[in-house]
Design a protein around this ligand. Structure first.
Ligand SMILES: [Zn+2]
Length: 298
């Protein structure tokens, strides 16, 4: 494949991000008129997400390769696992809820999908998280990890919590079980090879994992989630003005206790992040450590 082709594919990929399905995103309102959306049962939400996802397929990089995890393992540090008390669980709306009344419920979960892409994005993103003492889940795609194992290692070493976003970023819900299994489990394998750890969280591309995706995520010990607060960063374009203000407005307009905030590894999101986190803190919200969330929905 020529360099120009690769560049085009990358551009297509960047522009479409996770989003197409995302913006339909079950409980990810802001772009959906339904005021009762936040209270939607998961089944309805999932149906909404999957319908949209099918209607707007996203370019899948031809270089994705199908998921053989043949990346060369890098030397990894075995850092002692930090003990994080489990204080929260996820409800059927994909919100984060305290297990008991004594625990702060005014929290949000920060998530970044579709990486790893570039150290030039990951490092400043991590700098901002560190500044706010915040942890986040990075839902990665296997084909990107295979292309840049060093970037996965960078996220891991800088304290990012890794999540599985399937190998090829395809709509999984109508695929045969064997294919869904491979799409998910090959990511577990390559992340384990590179970091020594397997992801505990799964988010299907386009929010559309279907029953099979849920089953296979559970069989691999992962908590399945879509999101409950979409930043709509995937709808923004480089040439747009006022992206930081728009992103903050998108998140704050849907903000509620336990918001599961969907963002992407995109330049304007990285640029907006410090302001966004400051705004959330100003409204009294804290950032939940993903490791303090139970791995089973209830
Ligand atoms: Zn995605």
């Amino acid at each position: 494949m020529g360099k120009a082709t690769i560049t085009l594919l990358l551009a297509a990929c960047l522009l479409s991000a996770c989003s197409t399905g995302g913006n339909s995103g079950n409980t990810a309102k802001g772009n959906e008129p339904s005021p009762s959306a936040a209270a939607q049962p998961a089944a309805t939400a999932q149906a909404a997400a999957t319908t949209e996802a099918t209607a707007s397929p996203e370019a899948t990089p031809a270089a994705a390769g199908g998921g053989e995890s043949t990346a060369t393992p890098l030397p990894t540090e075995t850092t002692a696992a930090e003990e994080v008390p489990v204080l929260y669980h996820m409800n059927k709306n994909y919100d984060i809820v305290p297990n008991d009344e004594a625990t702060n419920k005014k929290v949000v979960l920060l998530t970044f999908d579709d990486g790893p892409k570039e150290a030039e994005l990951i490092n400043p993103l991590m700098d901002t998280l560190d500044k706010h003492k915040a942890k986040a889940i990075f839902f990665v795609n296997g084909y990107r990890v295979k292309e840049h194992p060093e970037l996965l290692e960078l996220i891991h070493k800088r304290g990012g919590v890794l999540g599985n976003h399937s190998w090829d970023h395809i709509v999984l819900k109508d695929k045969p079980e064997a294919e869904v299994k491979k799409q998910i489990e090959d990511v577990q394998t390559i992340v384990k090879e590179i970091t020594g750890e397997t992801p505990h969280f799964f988010r299907p591309p386009h929010g559309a994992g279907g029953d099979v995706g849920k089953k296979i995520a559970a069989a691999n010990g992962m908590l399945y989630m879509t999101w409950s607060n979409g930043s709509l960063d995937w709808e923004m374009k480089a040439k747009d003005t006022g992206k930081t203000e728009k992103l903050i407005a998108n998140v704050t307009s849907q903000l509620h206790s336990g918001s599961n905030i969907l963002m992407h590894e995109l330049p304007w999101t990285v640029e907006a992040l410090d302001s966004l986190l400051t705004t959330l803190e100003g409204k009294g919200y804290s950032f939940v450590d993903p490791r303090s969330i139970e791995l089973k929905m209830r």
